[in-house]
Ligand binder design. Structure first.
Ligand SMILES: [Zn+2]
Length: 158
């Protein structure tokens, strides 16, 4: 976003809110050079989300990456592709609704897990073992235990 006062290319966002029409985001930006403030209206889907990886590297939010993880976790499980796409869309929508420009990869992993838990427990455990990078067998067993309890609760009440 080029500063209209001095032409500098970098600015920081100081406020974001949806416009009345809902498909645009109204942003207040402050030029990093001359600190003049401008208001921009940006299309929601055009605002990039940056993912901060564990090693602090940043990369653009990528549906394909989440899809890869989901496909790996659901190998030989009966989970329809549509369901997986819906999970990805849900997560993307949630991030955009939070107006976050940056998100930790860990937070995305947690969002995936939250949804997978209700979809397929085997896929959930597979995904969790990759994303949570369990430190040891105990941690993994604990998670499994929690999962089994949650699962039996669901089944005893239904
Ligand atoms: Zn400026």
């Amino acid at each position: 976003m080029k500063c209209p006062y001095c032409g500098y290319l970098e600015s920081k966002v100081i406020d974001s809110r949806p416009s009345d029409s809902g498909d645009l985001i109204r942003r207040r930006r402050e030029c990093l050079k001359c600190t003049q403030r401008t208001t921009t209206y940006e299309k929601i889907e055009e605002i990039p989300i940056t993912v901060i990886k564990k090693n602090n590297q940043r990369e653009p939010f990528d549906r394909g990456k989440i899809r890869d993880g989901l496909l790996r976790a659901t190998v030989k499980r009966q989970v329809p592709t549509d369901t997986l796409e819906q999970v990805i869309t849900d997560i993307e929508t949630e991030l955009r609704n939070q107006f976050k420009n940056e998100v930790n990869s860990r937070a995305i992993g947690d969002m995936v897990l939250e949804r997978l838990r209700d979809i397929d427990k085997v896929a959930y455990v597979r995904f969790a073992s990759v994303y949570r990078e369990f430190q040891d067998v105990d941690e993994f067993t604990d998670e499994l235990g929690r999962l089994q309890k949650a699962f039996s609760r669901v089944h005893s009440t239904s």
